[in-house]
Structures are given as C-alpha cells and as structure tokens.
Ligand binder design. Structure first.
Ligand SMILES: CCCNc1ncnc2c1ncn2[C@@H]1O[C@H](/C=C/CNC(=O)c2cc(-c3ccc(F)cc3)cc(O)c2O)[C@H](C)[C@H]1O
Ligand SMILES: [Mg+2]
Length: 214
C-alpha cells in the first residue's frame, strides 16, 4: 500500500539521523522537506526563533498544540532543562504514531508526553491528569481556526500565569486573524511579531510571541 508523507519523513529520519541526536533528527527532516517533499513543520528559519524563545523562557512546563510529525517537539525538548516536561497534543492517530517514533529516535522521549487527543477535550484535564499547575510556554501550531478558542480555554482553566509565553506559528501564512486581533488588543497580553518565512519557501510568514500579564 502507498506510504503517507509522515511515513516517508520518518523513513528519512531513520536513514539519515543519528539515534539519540536531536539536532541530527531536525537536520534530516529539514533536508527531506527541502529536497524531497514539503511538509508543514515549523522549519529551520522559524525554528531558530522558536529555539531562542524556549531558551530565554527556560520553561519547566511546556504545552504544544499540534504535534504533527514531532519536528518542533524535538526542537523544544532538546532545549529543556533536566526535569522540565513537554506535553504535546495530536488528535490524528497516524500522525501520533509517526511522532512517537521521531521523538524516540531523537532520544528525548523522557521529556515528552504525547497525548493522542483533541485540545478542546484535554486542555481542561491538564491539572487533574498530568498535575500541571500552569504552563510557562505554549507553542500553538494546530488548526489555525482553533488558536483563539484554545487560548481562551487555557485562560478559563487557569493554565496561564503572569509571565506565561504563548508562541503561535503561521500568523501570516496560513494566518490566524481572529487570534491576532484578540491577542494584540487584549490588555492581558504583551505581544511581539517575529517576521520570518513559511517553512522551506520564500513566502512571508511569522511567529507571534505573547506574554500573559495575569
Ligand atoms: C478540532 C481539533 C483542534 N484541536 C486539535 N487537537 C490536537 N491536534 C490537532 C488539533 N487540531 C489539529 N491538530 C493536529 O495538529 C496538526 C495540524 C496542523 C495545522 N497546521 C497547518 O495547517 C499549517 C499549514 C501550513 C501551510 C502553509 C501554506 C500552505 F500553502 C499550506 C499549508 C503551514 C504550517 O506551518 C502549518 O502549521 C495535525 C495535522 C493535526 O492532526
Ligand atoms: Mg505551522
């Protein structure tokens, strides 16, 4: 039977990346997407902005919405301090299966909890199921029309504290207009736009970093 793009991406990781080396996994995926098939990973240019936000936030507890193949999961996990935890939500079982193997190959599985399920269902369960108090950093990279809804849900569930950082991918392309409108006009957030390019292309894109003011 025909393989899927995530399965071909995973095959490239197994073939080209060194087991236990997260940077080599990131490099193998970027090479695959530049040379073989485009895929909607955050990519290296925006990935370097993601890396700098993770490093400056030095988070103990991170949430990622939209694991896909685990590219940004591996980038984030590889920068986390020793006992920090990254919870990543992915509701497509085929994507989750590929992501688990990418995360394992990178050697960052002990820092990552991949939850196979929908953000709307699992955000309200974070405290009771995983003992989360608040998230220091949230990376939004799932369906763009769900960024705003899930941000409001995180607020309602008391999952953000003063200083919590939201980093949203694709605020230009494909865009998340309702999210940008809300977050840039809310007195509860201080936002900053990082201009960049759509992964593996010359098209314009960018990340929006928003600090919750409490
Ligand atoms: C209702 C469930 C909500 N809750 C959810 N809960 C859990 N998991 C969820 C939820 N909603 C979605 N997911 C999962 O997250 C992933 C979805 C990721 C979505 N990303 C994009 O659409 C995108 C497009 C482009 C793009 C740019 C230019 C183009 F020309 C084409 C494409 C670029 C980019 O960087 C992009 O990230 C994964 C596929 C999907 O199963
Ligand atoms: Mg994206």
């Amino acid at each position: 039977t025909q393989s899927t793009r995530p399965q071909r991406l995973l095959a490239a990781v197994h073939k080209k990346a060194t087991r236990g080396n997260p940077r080599s996994v990131v490099k193998a995926i970027d090479e695959f997407c530049n040379q073989n098939e485009w895929a909607m990973n955050v990519g290296n240019e925006k990935g370097e902005i993601l890396d700098s936000v993770v490093s400056e936030t030095n988070p103990g507890c991170v949430l990622e919405l939209g694991t896909y193949c685990g590219y940004s999961t591996v980038r984030i996990a590889s920068l986390l301090p020793p006992h920090a935890q990254l919870i990543t939500l992915e509701f497509n079982p085929d994507n989750a299966a590929v992501a688990r193997q990418v995360i394992a190959w990178a050697g960052v599985a002990e820092k990552v909890r991949l939850v196979e399920g929908e953000s709307g269902e699992w955000i309200p369960k974070m405290k009771e199921q995983f003992g989360v108090k608040t998230f220091d950093l949230v990376f939004l990279d799932h369906w763009k029309n769900r960024y705003l809804l899930d941000t409001k849900l995180m607020e309602e569930c008391g999952l953000l504290k003063k200083g919590s950082v939201l980093l949203a991918d694709n605020v230009v392309c494909p865009g998340a207009p309702d999210y940008l409108e809300y977050i840039r006009n809310s007195p509860q957030y201080k936002s900053q736009f990082f201009k960049s390019h759509l992964e593996y292309t010359k098209a314009e894109d960018g990340l929006e970093k928003s600090v919750f003011l409490g």
